[in-house]
Design a protein around this ligand. Structure first.
Ligand code: BG6
Length: 505
């Protein structure tokens, strides 16, 4: 068999401007709960700074960092300068624009469970709004552990920090994941969010939905007539969704050991990717129609997926992790979708920490050819099925594998790949997921945020396997750091006569 070769495809974007050209969002005051936490330092503030640097935020834009440890405006600015410098992509930090940006950062010190802290915050907000001209628009960002969500929702409601819905300035609340720990707690939280904030002002963030390549999934499916006719049980053998990370839990032991991979990654990111791949064409491209389509797909998931959980060797020795922890850091699932399109097509999902390499990709494997014409068994046996691979990250792009005759007198059939790379094709910088999602919140576009019903259906599906995993007396299977995960995960596919795509370095 000839080597797999790669053929480049050049992207030629049609002439003309973008179809949707966004305007600057409304001016607003962003209140960042958990301002000195990991998420704010790594993601949120670098994204706001990047938007500021690109002139994508209106000049009055201002941030109040609310936290227990923020001592003064100056101290918070210094701390955020050094973390932004560390986490901003290479070459995208400069002192001059940071100095401009940090003039819009202020603090309000307090405790999320202390009424006096909300009164102090209210006073600070009113003063800053007057001075900065943010027109009363308020964006509350809850970058805090899930256990603090209810207290903050009640706090901002009871202290009247939220505007009533309707005309006039808006207020919106962004809630990070995981949204609840199970179906019951997610329902309670949804009810509380509806009573305090109102569904139209709740933005449940799943940053995977803001990734450029994830959004391209819908364009790939619905802006091409080539793929949709084969996107079903008649042509596909199975689908694999992989979100592999080479890093461990970094310095998030407290959060991670309570959360584990099923709540951190599967219930949200992986099920969202699955829903985008498997949903029926939406009625329109508007937020609620897309969200309706995804919910219908989540409702069709067959209960009781087969699942293998793993934990990397050495996890229990990480600082802050319980020495007898049974928290899984890896999961692989075999998911079936009970509808006409997907009956009989397994979706294999896997994700884990400390695996061989970082990669997020979706691979659709087509059925094998029904009959081999080439007469020679050795040739026929080696014809590989077609695959369509969508690389979400890194090396964002799409590749199609098909068979071709290798040049020469011998009949030799090789697999070739036609490859589209975002970077080479468009030669434009990719907008980070957090940047896009923050702008969407400021514009009031909920399309890429999770609706209450989607969260509940995801928990409904994940609840029983999660409980079973927690009750399993054997605990998660141990796998070696830098490997492809536990051996049992390979069995999940091999017993179906299939194998995972290569995760090796
Ligand atoms: C987060 C998880 O939501 O996603 C992390 O909490 C994970 O554990 C991260 O590392 C992965 O995101 P990305 O964008 O780096 O693939």
């Amino acid at each position: 068999m000839a080597e797999v070769t790669r053929t480049q495809v050049r992207a030629e974007p049609a002439a003309g401007g973008p179809i949707l050209k966004p305007d600057l969002p409304d001016p607003c005051l962003c209140v960042n709960f958990g301002a000195t936490g990991d998420l704010s330092r790594r993601m949120l503030v670098p994204a706001l700074y990047a938007l500021w640097r690109q002139r994508a935020l209106p000049p009055p834009f201002t941030v109040i960092g609310f936290s227990r440890s923020a001592e003064s405006d100056g101290a918070l600015r210094d701390a955020l300068r050094s973390s932004t410098k560390q986490f901003a992509p290479a070459g995208s930090f400069d002192d001059k624009s940071w100095e401009e940006f940090e003039q819009r950062i202020f603090t309000s010190r307090g405790d999320v469970n202390d009424p006096a802290s909300y009164r102090a915050l209210q006073a600070r907000m009113t003063q800053i709004e007057r001075e900065r001209g943010t027109q009363g628009n308020r964006l509350f960002y809850l970058a805090v552990p899930p256990s603090s969500f209810p207290g903050i929702l009640r706090g901002v409601h009871q202290h009247r920090l939220l505007h009533p819905p309707g005309a006039g300035p808006w207020s919106r609340v962004v809630i990070e994941k995981p949204f609840g720990r199970d179906l019951k707690s997610a329902r309670v939280l949804n009810r509380l969010a509806a009573e305090t904030v109102g569904e139209k002002a709740v933005y449940r963030i799943d940053h995977f939905l803001g990734k450029e390549t994830v959004q391209n999934l819908l364009v790939l499916r619905f802006a091409n007539s080539l793929f949709e006719p084969v996107w079903n049980r008649k042509h596909l053998d199975h689908v694999q969704i992989t979100v592999a990370e080479d890093i461990g839990i970094e310095n998030r032991a407290r959060f991670y050991d309570e959360t584990g991979v099923l709540r951190d990654m599967v219930q949200n990111h992986l099920l969202q990717l699955l829903a985008l791949v498997a949903m029926e064409p939406p009625v329109s491209f508007t937020g609620d129609d897309i969200r309706d389509g995804k919910v219908r797909c989540l409702r069709s998931l067959r209960p009781g997926p087969e699942m293998v959980c793993g934990q990397y060797r050495g996890y229990r020795g990480e600082e802050g992790v319980a020495p007898d922890s049974r928290t899984p850091t890896y999961a692989a699932l075999r998911v079936m979708i009970d509808n006409w399109r997907w009956q009989g097509v397994p979706f294999y999902l896997r994700t884990g920490k400390r695996l061989a390499r970082k990669t997020t990709e979706i691979v659709l494997q087509f059925q094998s050819i029904p009959f081999c014409l080439f007469g020679r068994e050795d040739v026929c046996r080696r014809i590989e099925p077609n695959t369509l691979a969508i690389r979400i990250q890194p090396d964002e792009g799409i590749s199609l594998r098909f068979a071709a005759k290798a040049p020469g007198e011998e009949l030799e059939i090789g697999s070739v790949r036609m490859d589209f790379s975002y970077e080479e094709g468009f030669r434009r910088p990719m907008v980070s997921a957090y940047e896009r999602l923050l702008l969407d919140c400021m514009r009031g576009d909920q399309s890429l945020f999770l609706r209450a019903d989607a969260v509940e259906h995801s928990w409904e599906f994940m609840g029983p396997p999660l409980e079973a995993a927690e009750a399993d007396p054997e605990g998660p299977k141990i796998y070696e750091p830098g490997s492809t995960g536990p051996r049992e995960a390979a069995l999940l596919l091999s017993k179906d006569g299939r194998r995972w795509t290569d995760l090796g370095k």
